[in-house]
Design a protein around this ligand. Sequence first.
Ligand SMILES: [Zn+2]
Length: 284
Amino acid sequence: MPTAMVAAPPPRHRPPRSWSRRLFATITAAIVATGCFVATTSTPAAAREGLIDQARFRAQTALLGADCKQYLTGPSFQAPDDRDPQQVAGRVPIVSAPVPAGQPAGAIASSPLFRGVRGTISVHPNFFASDPGLPVSPTAAFAPSADQQRTIAILHEIGHLTGREGDHNQDLPRQFEYNATILNLCLARPAVPGPRITGFFCSADELYGHPFNCDLYWEDGTDPDEVQVSSNGSQARRYNDYAHNYVSISGRCDPYQDTYVSISVFDANGRRADATQSGFCPRD
Ligand SMILES: [Zn+2]
């Protein structure tokens, strides 16, 4: 009885030239490529050049990070320059070109596998779109902006050139995961702005004791938030709804001086926003 076939060992040598020339690896996306959607607005050449230069610069900056560089480094059978993603990022031409025949219409970029510093990265019309539609798996730490998608697209192709990533045209989940890994290792999470007060209103009643009430709303900041309140009013009480970035404060007006309420919203990073209300109590 014959023994079962085992999978061939991974290649230890440079793949034959004809093979590496023929295969084009692309960032393809069923999302982008559904129907026959292709970005149709033509971007002026100068604007295209600007977006290409920016994406290359950001890819080079990302590759200064050790984790990013290590992840995109090619296998040892590649020549030292060819497997080095920084060399590839700095030396290969990046050209604007139509989607090659046989590639999905929505392809963002493409490059030949394993060519290293002798390769070329081609970027296609969707690369310049306001939303290139780069597919990333849910393991991505955040949703990339359009500029970040272009940076990831260049890093993606650099990985094909170094040989880090082989042909995955038939493996969409693999592409999603590859893009997400690049995002997680190479790009910084966008900064969340500090807290910002969007509403702070106080009003008092003419009722006995002049009760007052304030409503405070804010946005942004990194959770958890905390609100500090100071007031010269008496019996000040508060209701916190931090989940909805809302606090209400109630109390009674000071009968002898103008009543004020001061609040400070702090976020988890210690950033703060301050506001004060006064002049809302009736003066006898
Ligand atoms: Zn690819």
